[in-house]
Design a protein around this ligand. Structure first.
Ligand code: NAP
Length: 325
């Protein structure tokens, strides 16, 4: 059988790193797309045992249709995993125009390039639980209507509808993976769990006085990134395309996470300071999903609690800090 070709946009992000490692293990030819030079992400990939020469690197602007169409015509990928996005809800309130522009137009360019090119490429779009906003009942499942309440969520909702439209109107094998928060040691700086862990260590080392946080009285459904990228791959191996919830099926308060990390590091919780300036203009009080379809149809297997995930990330962080000493 011919070697499968996977094109990963956003390969420099957390999910892109884990997905690249997974697909290389499965003997794919991996084409990695970044906006700039891949040099800055090589340490993360090396951390996962991936050597730079195992990936074909392409620098591209996904907002430029010509570049996107050329890439797709050149590699004729078996599968595209579209992970590139302005992925922060908080940033989207500060930069709504660029968030909407990039998160919508990049997806449209990719779908159009597949359609116009007449290819059978299978397409995975990274969408988000944020699209559901405040809902009357939980857990969220694939049949519920969207109710986005941030520029980020609006951008992902538009992408979600476009994926459905290209599937129904043109028969593209396009799937939307509705991923709930998922974390790892490779999560980008600035995201909640990464911030809590990094800053808690700085406090322990005497390099920071206190932890400044926003609203901790909200609940989220958190999972483990390396396991979530397996679900992305499974979606593109099915007979028919569909949309799936990828989640743990339960939510925890953000304050539970902070307290767990402080407890594990032996820190005084009086050092946690709530700053209303860090609150989002609108926020979802509680959200968790129903992963039944992903488990039954994809055979995706997930049963980790988020405290188990935190233990893994804390152990990796501890190991990295020991190496630096
Ligand atoms: P991430 O770490 O933020 O990586 C996203 C990548 O997108 C970046 O590394 C960046 O790579 C690329 N990118 C291209 N254009 C961008 C722009 N205008 N602004 C910012 N970045 C841009 O994201 P992730 O956590 O791996 O998540 C992967 C995808 O899943 C994203 O689409 C995200 O929205 C979605 N998602 C994530 C979660 C989660 O909990 N992690 C949950 C739901 C959905 P270059 O700079 O190299 O181009």
């Amino acid at each position: 059988m011919d070697q499968k070709v996977a094109l990963i946009t956003g390969i420099s992000g957390q999910d892109g790193n884990y997905l690249a490692a997974l697909l290389l293990q499965k003997n794919y030819k991996v084409v990695g797309i970044t906006r700039s030079s891949p040099d800055s992400i090589l340490p993360q990939l090396a951390y996962l045992g991936v050597r730079p020469q195992e990936i074909i690197w392409e620098q591209a602007d996904l907002l430029d249709y010509t570049q996107v169409a050329n890439l797709i015509a050149t590699y004729r990928p078996t599968e595209i995993y579209n992970l590139a996005a302005q992925s922060s809800v908080s940033v989207s309130f500060k930069q709504p125009i660029s968030t909407l522009n990039f998160n919508i137009m990049s997806v449209l360019n990719l779908l159009e390039a597949i359609r116009i090119g007449g290819l059978t490429t299978r397409f995975y779009q990274a969408t988000s639980s944020e699209m559901y906003g405040t809902v009357p009942t939980l857990p969220i499942n694939e049949k519920m209507p969207l109710n986005p309440i941030s520029p980020y969520a609006i951008s992902k909702s538009t992408a979600h509808y476009m994926v459905r439209n290209y599937r129904e109107a043109y028969g593209l094998f396009a799937c939307s993976g509705v991923l709930f928060n998922h974390e790892s040691y490779l999560r980008r700086d600035g995201f909640f769990v990464n911030k809590i862990i990094k800053e808690a260590y700085l406090i322990q080392e005497g390099k920071q006085d206190k932890l400044l946080v926003g609203n901790l009285n909200v609940k989220r459904d958190f999972g483990f990134a390396p396991r979530y990228v397996e679900a992305m791959w499974l979606m593109l191996q099915q007979d028919l395309p569909d949309d799936y919830m990828v989640c743990s099926g339960t939510s925890i308060y953000l304050h539970e996470i902070v307290h767990y990390v402080f407890d594990r590091l032996g820190l005084d919780t009086n050092l946690i300071e709530i700053s209303p300036a860090l609150y989002r203009p609108t926020d979802i009080p509680d959200i968790y999903g129903d992963n039944t379809l992903a488990k039954q149809k994809l055979g995706w297997d997930y049963d980790m609690t988020f405290f188990e995930v935190l233990d893994i990330i804390l152990a990796e962080e501890e190991q990295a800090r020991q190496k630096l000493k």
